[in-house]
Write a protein that binds this ligand. Structure first.
Ligand code: ZN
Length: 255
């Protein structure tokens, strides 16, 4: 109500418009269109819906960032427009000017709509398994964390989720507990992940997400990063291998 009253005064309205202009800087660097992602897995077409991400799911990674072990899965989201495909080999530098850190993670593609009630049921929701990068503006994240503020800007910016294609999945909970993947920067192995070391298994993560969101075909889950995360510099080459052994590569560069 108070805001409405203020908007009724033309003077105030002009002031508000002027202030909005002052606080909306032009992009420091030219933009690059974001993507609407679509995957074909087992002859089914999936358009990306929500991107759910998990924080703090590997003990050794929690230790390297000095965080606390969570009492339940730490869930956050990125917009679907943060996804960046393999077909575009250049990940543009964030417009805000801060350099991102990399986190290599197993990704899960949800194949059907509904709310799983058991771990076994959750497994049946998985259409594909792959790998991706959860790019993070770590300095901003630390500031936000210190003030208890939301993570969107440090996690969900454009092109913050480079993602490999999905391999069709028809395995079991046991299969999901033995997935290996790697992350290399400029040819140097930095991250070696194994889903056996997750605090919460992939079915448990889907159950945790489904407590709040009904799952939809095209939802993507990033399952958390193992240790070995680090900063990136312009020109860095990123290469990840997914649990099916396929490699995906990008370069971080100016557009
Ligand atoms: Zn992550």
């Amino acid at each position: 109500m108070a805001l409405n009253r203020r908007l009724q005064s033309a003077d105030s309205r002009d002031t508000l418009i002027r202030r909005a202009e002052e606080i909306t800087p032009l992009p420091a660097k030219p933009g690059k269109d974001v993507y609407t992602m679509n995957w074909i897995v087992n002859q089914h077409s999936y358009t990306a819906q929500r991107v759910f991400c998990i924080g703090r799911n590997y003990v050794e990674h929690i230790a390297e960032l000095g965080n606390e072990r969570p009492e339940q899965p730490v869930i956050f989201t990125k917009p679907a427009t943060s996804l960046h495909p393999v077909s575009d080999p250049v990940i543009p530098l964030p417009r805000c000017g801060e350099l991102p850190h990399y986190e290599t993670e197993i990704t899960v593609l949800v194949g059907k709509k509904g709310v799983p009630r058991t771990a076994e049921e959750a497994v049946s929701f998985i259409a594909g398994i792959g790998a991706g990068l959860d790019l993070t503006l770590r300095e901003t994240q630390e500031k936000l964390l210190a003030h208890g503020l939301p993570w969107e800007i440090c996690k969900g910016f454009d092109h913050s989720a480079p993602i490999g294609d999905f391999a069709p999945f028809s395995g079991t909970a046991e299969t999901l507990a033995q997935l290996r993947f790697t992350g290399e920067i400029n040819g140097e192995l930095r991250q070696q992940g194994d889903s056996a070391k997750m605090i919460y298994s992939i079915p448990e993560l889907l159950l945790a997400v489904a407590r709040y969101w009904e799952l939809l075909p095209g939802d993507v889950l990033f399952t958390g990063t193992p240790k070995g995360v680090g900063a990136l510099a312009p020109g860095d080459r990123l290469r990840i291998t997914d649990p099916a052994g396929r490699a995906f590569e990008w370069r971080l560069a100016e557009r």
